[in-house]
Write a protein that binds this ligand. Structure first.
Ligand code: CAA
Length: 259
C-alpha cells in the first residue's frame, strides 16, 4: 500500500477509503495533500479490484478549507502561474468510479467544495458546511459559486456565500447538499456499507450512470437524454446486462465480479 504524509488509505473489500490526515490544521488542504489525493484517486480509479472510493476526514473536520497559512502571501502572479486551486484540486473530477464523501465536523470553504466534487455526500450528525471565504477577503475558488446553487438553489447558495454562515447536517440534508445523515460514531461503518453495495454493482454500469448524471450539468436536456439512451443501448453489448437480466429471470443473485 502506498504511503502518504497527509493521507491514510485503506482498502475494505472492493472499497478504497481515503482519509485526509492533517489533524493539527483541521485537514486544511495544502499542495502536498492535494497532490497525494490526486495520486491516490488515480491509483484506485485504475485498480480493477476497486469498485467504489470513499473520501473522508477526521471526526473533527472533513477539511477546514484551503490552507490559509500557505496562501496568505501569494501574489496574483503566483496564483496565475501555478494555476492555483485548479492545478491539483480537480483530479477528483476525472475519477470515473463512484466517489462518496463522508463528512464529519467542519467542511468549510475548499472543504465544502471538495465534498461537492464527490458524487454524493453522507454526513455525520456533527457535520457543518459553509463557505466562509468572504470573511478572509476572497470569493470561493474551487467551484462553490457554481456547484452550490446547482445543488441547493440560488437563495440558499447566496445566503451561505454572502453571510458565511455554516449549516448543520439536518439543514444540509433538507436542502439537498447531502444524501443522508447518520450518527457520527457510525459514519465510516455506514458509508462502507453503502460503498459495498455500490462496489457489488457492475462497475462499468456504475461508471455509465455517473457519466450520464454529470452530463446533465453540462448539456441541454434533449442532448443529455440522447446520451443516456446511447449508453442504455450500448449496455446491451456488455456481459453485465446479460448477467443481470438472466439472473433476475432465473431468480438467483447476479454476480457482477469483474464486470
Ligand atoms: N488553513 C490553515 N490552517 C487552518 C485552517 C485553514 N483553512 N483552518 C484551521 N486551521 C488551523 C488553525 O490555524 C489552528 O492552528 P493552530 O493550532 O496552529 O493555531 C488549527 O487549525 C485549529 O483551528 P482553530 O484553533 O481555529 O479551531 P476552532 O475549533 O477554534 O475553529 C474553525 C475551527 C471554525 C474551522 C476555524 O479553524 C476556521 O474558521 N478555519 C478557517 C475556515 C476558513 O476560512 N476556510 C476557508 C479557507 S479559504 C478557501 O478554502 C478557498 C477556496 O475556496 C478554495
Amino acid at each position: 500500500q502506498a504511503q502518504y504524509a497527509d493521507l491514510i488509505v485503506e482498502v475494505h473489500g472492493k472499497t478504497a477509503l481515503i482519509r485526509l490526515n492533517r489533524p493539527k490544521a483541521l485537514n486544511a488542504l495544502n499542495d502536498n495533500m492535494m497532490n497525494e489525493l490526486g495520486d491516490a484517486l488515480r491509483m484506485f480509479d485504475a485498480d480493477p479490484a476497486i469498485g467504489c472510493i470513499v473520501l473522508t476526514g477526521s471526526e473533527k473536520a472533513f477539511a477546514a478549507g484551503a490552507d490559509i497559512a500557505a496562501m496568505v502571501d501569494y501574489t496574483y502572479a503566483d496564483t496565475y502561474r501555478d494555476n492555483y486551486i485548479s492545478r491539483n484540486w480537480e483530479h477528483i473530477l476525472k475519477v470515473r468510479k463512484p466517489v462518496i464523501g463522508a463528512v464529519a465536523g467542519f467542511a468549510l470553504g475548499g472543504g465544502c467544495e471538495l465534498a461537492m466534487m464527490c458524487d454524493f455526500v453522507v454526513a455525520a450528525d456533527t457535520a457543518k458546511f459553509g463557505q466562509p471565504e468572504i470573511k478572509i477577503g476572497v470569493p470561493p475558488g474551487a467551484g462553490a459559486t457554481q456547484r452550490l446553487p446547482r445543488a441547493i438553489g440560488k437563495a440558499k447558495a447566496m445566503d451561505m456565500l454572502l453571510t458565511a454562515r455554516t449549516i448543520d447536517a439536518v439543514e444540509a440534508e433538507r436542502i439537498g447538499l447531502v444524501s443522508r445523515v447518520v450518527s457520527a460514531e457510525k459514519l465510516i461503518e455506514e458509508v462502507l456499507v453503502i460503498a459495498g453495495q455500490i462496489a457489488a454493482m457492475p462497475t462499468s454500469v456504475a461508471m455509465m450512470v455517473k457519466d450520464a448524471v454529470n452530463r446533465a450539468f453540462e448539456t441541454p436536456l434533449t442532448d443529455g437524454v440522447a446520451y443516456e439512451r446511447r449508453l442504455f443501448q450500448a449496455a446491451f453489448g456488455t456481459p453485465a446486462q446479460k448477467e443481470g437480466m438472466q439472473a433476475f429471470l432465473a431468480k438467483r443473485p447476479a454476480n457482477f465480479d469483474g464486470l
